[in-house]
Write a protein of this length. Structure first.
Lengths: 515, 224
């Protein structure tokens, strides 16, 4: 644009220099007359107009005919303003117009500018939205998209530019800006541009899809759904057992969901509720974490249900049964102990384990005590289990003369534990302790033990009898004699046919002499 | 004094001379040397006599004929006792050196089920005896030209006096005591009994020396 103006100024200067009639009639600056051949006084010598003279002309025109002067300046700076045509602006949307808040929108705009590049001016394009039931458009994007005169793509006689607003991708973003108070319904969009002095709206033109002056989207919401409702707890649940409420919550729109667990008593009155805000998936409430139940709840039956919403639609499940908490003792245990058969602590000896227990409540309950042991070389092994009635009076529970170890446990330190079917005063159901080191001795018998005597007697007897039987079979003690005396008889297998030697008898005789 | 006994004592003195718990390993090596040496000398003895016969006869004498004529039957009772003595020697060696992990990292004690079994000791000993018997019987199947390698006939190649036979027979009770001493060491494991170990070793060495004494005696006499 600036270059064009400069060109026009030079052309005008040239015209002034060759056309005497256009020379100003007003007073001329002194310097102009002194320029001589420059024609400062409208001289018809045909010489060129100096810059100084032209400046003097402009100054004098500005004073003498301001209207004409203004037109001339406008003409020089903008060209033919009357030839300027407004660029058109429209929105482009080619997807399903029924959308939810989490869908990708992909709204674009297109500017078609019919003006030649010298007449184009920068445009600032914005997106505006009107919420369902709203009465006015509000700007959505924070930063305007700028369309520069040289940004257009030329296709035939059409110069167009397409783009989108990168920060506008989903309706939930617009919702977070506080521009969508109504969560469902028709949401309208329009585009607007400004060239610095004027604004034009996409509604000023009429388009055919996928181009829109006003883009109307139907904002929908699919409500969340809950399934796979379960209560994970042991068969005979105690109030302090692990109890987990679990369910799967789905939302087709992927909205954030508020899930509330309501716990009801036997009469159906709500005792407690807890809410989790979460994305669709598995929802889990652990009774221990939330402290749903206490000792006073033992022996009571409960029910529960869930309520949930995605901020638009809410729903709730049917009432589910459980948990039915059983009554149990309030155990107090101590004095976990082990007594070996002897201080030697051999692996083959018996060990007596004991624990003291009482119920802190006046009733008596059956409690299962299970004894386990292990060493550094082995895992936990169940030794014995017994059910005892535990009342308010302290009583010792004995595991008498157990034989918990095997030979591989020799020379190892052992641990033992008693598992309770109820929780103790510390909320634990396992008591554990470390026992003495097991003696390294492996063989449980002394050398004079009948077992050892029998072992060695069997060994020696078997070798002697076996040797006699083998000699009877092989006959090595008599065979050689027969051979050497020439009475080999049936044992001809030793008489090698190719080794027949006439001297054999002589050798025999010689050795007999030696003997 | 019977030279046989002299040889037996000299041979026994070699492993016994290594005293102390750590030297049980050395005694095992020395004992192995005595036994391997006995095998080598036994073969050497037969080769030496065979060559001597051939040089005297000025002709080739087949080994089969040579062995046929050279062997002397020692009697069934003695052969049975000698066979038993050899088996007990192998069992006594296994009991002394393999019952507890003294020399090698593996031992009977590292087979916990066997070690804690009421009849683990006899099972262990019988397994050793059976393996030894199978080896001896396998050697017995060698051809006639290799009769010198048959342990069942080892004493047929030597002149053994009645007294020597009695001494060889006495190795059975000696080896029995050695086995008992070794078993005692096993029963008190991981404790040690230097006396038990020494006694087991002495009796084992004496028995081994006695059993191979005829071979060494013949070899030394042959050198003269």
């Amino acid at each position: 644009m600036g270059q064009k103006a400069i060109c026009l100024l030079i052309i005008a200067a040239l015209l002034l220099s060759i056309v005497p009639g256009v020379a100003p009639a007003g007073p001329q600056p002194a310097s102009t007359s002194s320029s001589g051949s420059s024609g400062g006084g409208g001289g018809g010598s045909g010489s060129h107009l100096s810059l100084e003279s032209f400046t003097n002309y402009l100054v004098s025109w500005q004073k003498e005919n301001p209207a004409k002067y203004k037109y001339m300046i406008q003409l020089l700076s903008k060209g033919n303003v009357q030839a300027y045509k407004d660029p058109s602006l429209g929105l482009i949307f080619s997807k399903n117009k029924s959308v939810n808040r989490n869908e990708e929108l992909d709204i674009k705009f297109e500017v078609q500018n019919p003006n030649p590049i010298d007449l184009r001016i920068p445009l600032f394009v914005d997106l505006e939205v009107m919420e369902p039931g709203g009465n006015g458009f509000k700007k959505v994007n924070q930063n305007s998209m700028v369309v520069q005169p040289f940004s257009y793509t030329e296709q035939g006689k059409i110069n167009y530019f397409q783009s989108s607003w990168p920060e506008v991708t989903r309706l939930d973003q617009i919702d977070k800006m506080g521009l969508l108070k109504e969560k469902t319904g028709e949401v309208k969009f329009r585009a607007v541009y400004s060239d610095g002095s004027r604004k034009k709206y996409s509604t000023d033109w009429i388009f055919n899809p996928p181009y829109y002056g006003v883009l109307v989207l139907n904002l929908t919401n699919r409500p969340p759904e809950m399934k796979n409702i379960s209560l994970i707890a042991s068969n005979k649940t105690r109030y302090n057992d692990p109890i987990e409420y679990r369910a799967t919550i789905d939302d087709a729109d992927g909205d954030m969901i508020n899930v509330t667990l309501h716990i009801l008593d036997a009469k159906g009155e709500e005792l407690n509720n807890k809410t989790q805000r979460m994305l669709p998936g598995i929802v889990s409430f652990k009774a221990g974490e939330y402290g749903f139940f206490s000792e006073t709840d033992a022996g009571k039956n409960f029910t529960y249900y869930y309520s949930f919403d995605d901020g638009i639609n809410s729903n709730q499940t049917a009432i589910q049964p459980g948990p039915n908490l059983r009554r149990g003792p309030k155990l107090y245990v101590d004095k976990l102990n082990v007594t070996p058969e002897s201080s030697n602590c051999y692996w083959w000896q018996w060990y007596t384990f004991s624990i003291r227990a009482k119920n802190q409540n006046p009733e008596s309950f059956d409690v299962i005590f299970t004894l386990f042991s292990r060493t550094e070389n082995s895992d936990w092994r169940t030794i014995e289990s017994k059910t005892m009635k535990v009342g308010p009076e302290p009583q010792m529970i004995y595991f008498n003369k157990t034989e918990p170890f095997v030979v591989a446990d020799a020379n190892a330190t052992f641990s033992y534990r008693i598992k309770l079917s109820e929780y103790d005063q510390n909320g634990k159901d396992v008591l554990e302790a470390i026992g003495p080191k097991i003696n390294a001795k492996v063989v449980p018998y002394a050398i004079y033990d009948p077992v050892m005597v029998a072992n060695l007697a069997i060994l020696v007897f078997a070798i002697l009898v076996g040797s006699l039987l083998l000699e009877r079979k092989l006959k090595r003690g008599t065979e050689s004699q027969e051979s050497s005396s020439g009475k080999a008889g049936e044992n001809n297998d030793r008489d090698g046919k190719n080794t027949g030697n006439d001297k054999a008898g002589n050798i025999s005789a010689m050795f007999k002499k030696r003997g | 004094m019977d030279r046989f006994l002299l040889f037996a004592f000299v041979l026994a003195a070699i492993p016994i001379s290594s005293s102390g718990h750590e030297d049980l390993a050395r005694s095992a090596v020395l004992l192995a040397f005595i036994l391997v040496g006995a095998v080598a000398l036994h073969i050497y003895n037969q080769m030496r006599v065979h060559k001597k016969i051939e040089s005297l006869e000025h002709c080739h004498v087949a080994k089969e004929s040579f062995y046929k004529e050279i062997t002397i039957a020692q009697g069934s009772n003695f052969s049975a006792l000698a066979f038993a003595a050899w088996l007990m020697l192998f069992v006594a060696i296994a009991y002394l050196y393999f019952l507890v992990p003294i020399i090698l990292p593996f031992s009977y004690m590292q087979i916990p089920d066997l070690a804690s079994s009421p009849f683990g000791f006899s099972i262990f000993g019988l397994k050793i005896a059976i393996v030894a018997t199978l080896v001896i019987l396998a050697l017995d199947k060698l051809p006639e030209s290799h009769r010198e390698l048959k342990l069942t006939e080892i004493y047929s190649f030597y002149t053994i006096s009645k007294r020597a036979k009695k001494v060889i027979a006495l190795t059975i009770p000696a080896l029995t005591i050695s086995i008992v001493c070794s078993a005692y060491i096993g029963t008190i494991y991981p404790a040690h009994s230097p006396i038990g170990e020494s006694l087991a070793l002495i009796l084992l060495a004496l028995s081994a020396g006695t059993l191979v004494a005829p071979i060494y005696k013949d070899a030394v006499e042959g050198l003269r």
